[in-house]
Design a binder for this molecule. Structure first.
Ligand code: SF4
Length: 343
């Protein structure tokens, strides 16, 4: 008999399960608190449940359908988690703590692999296997909290996969993060490589979490060379779509731009980018390429990064440089799964 998976369920779903098993709604609420507030590791730790209820749960339910397969901890405190799904696939998540803030940010995956083919991305090399379910997305946060004993305050959908290609499950997970894990909409960021029809769907829903666009190029030509999706959804059309999105939602978008030496980091590229997004309500997040022994690209010099930043700032944009986190572990998306698949 297939066991009922507890984590990722709403209170109503837990109540239904408990009623079907001759238990009370109150017991469902207790389980709900143990999962979403305390993130206990085992059913046995739900100590205010009678022993018979815990035995029933052990027989008929499991806390999670994913399990922790590997964990790496960087010198800077960044933790990378590799989870195995019950059908033998892998999903990755990263937990980052920034020194100057109390926030704990978890970066989670929405798909096993990805078929967007971005040339700079380790996940792209894995190919696409399948979408993660709502429960599997939720369980990444639950497992991180259970493993570390820490409360995740911010969630970014920037792990493996293109979140907007798994839109319904992503939205289902966000609903649970907001209502059950009590993570506010503004503390959730969704990153997309630019799936135009899905961005329009989010606009129509008046999406209130932050939308980050993996732009990574200042024009169609460069974008097409590094991101095959740009052949389908053109640069100019993407910028127009984002302008529409900001008008409808009233929300600023984040432009993600990974700087790669000799590819998209020239002074000319900086000016082109500044011009392209000048009328777009946006901030820019520059990311220094995470180079490893298998990389086909190189990271730019500090001098180049600062020049690029300065040009964008001079155009009136707020620019941040994303700190390189977990440089000594496989913290870039897809690197850890790739290692396991290589074995
Ligand atoms: S960068 Fe994101 S969208 Fe592109 S291949 Fe990697 S996971 Fe997919």
């Amino acid at each position: 008999m297939e066991k009922f998976v507890l984590t990722g369920k709403t209170l109503a779903e837990l109540e239904q399960f408990m009623l079907e098993n001759s238990q009370t709604r109150y017991r469902a609420k207790q389980i709900y608190n143990w999962i979403y507030i305390k993130s206990v590791k085992t059913i046995n730790e739900m100590t205010d449940l009678p022993v018979v209820t815990r035995e029933l749960l052990e027989q008929k339910a499991v806390l999670c359908s994913i399990s922790l397969k590997d964990k790496q901890i960087s010198k800077d405190g960044t933790m990378k988690f590799l989870f195995e799904t019950d059908d033998g696939n892998y999903a990755e998540a990263v937990l980052m703590r920034f020194d100057n803030r109390a926030n704990l940010t978890a970066c989670i995956s929405t798909q096993v692999g990805c078929n967007m083919g971005c040339t700079f991305c380790a996940t792209a090399k894995l190919g696409f296997k399948r979408n993660l379910t709502v429960e599997e997305i939720i369980q990444q946060i639950y497992c991180i909290q259970a493993e570390t004993g820490l409360k995740v305050t911010n969630i970014v959908f920037m792990g493996q996969g293109e979140p907007l290609m798994n839109l319904d499950n992503m939205l289902g997970a966000i609903k649970i993060f907001r209502e059950q894990f009590q993570v506010g909409a503004r503390r959730i960021t969704v990153s997309t490589c630019g799936i135009i029809p899905k961005i329009n769907e989010l606009a129509a829903l008046d999406f209130q979490s932050t939308l980050a666009i993996s732009l990574h190029a200042p024009n169609q030509e460069i974008r097409e060379n590094i991101m095959p999706i740009a052949k389908k959804y053109k640069f100019d059309e993407l910028i127009s779509t984002l302008k529409h999105y900001t008008q409808i939602t009233g929300r600023r978008v984040t432009i993600e731009y990974v700087l790669m030496k000799g590819i998209n980091d020239s002074v000319e590229s900086a000016y082109q980018l500044a011009k392209a997004i000048s009328k777009l309500k946006s901030n820019v997040n520059l990311i220094i390429y995470n180079q490893n022994e298998k990389s086909i690209y190189k990271k730019p010099s500090n001098d180049t990064v600062q020049k690029f930043k300065y040009i964008l700032e001079a155009s009136g944009k707020k620019v941040t440089i994303r700190l390189e986190r977990g440089a000594d572990i496989d913290a870039a998306c897809g690197q850890l799964s790739a290692k396991f698949q290589d074995k």
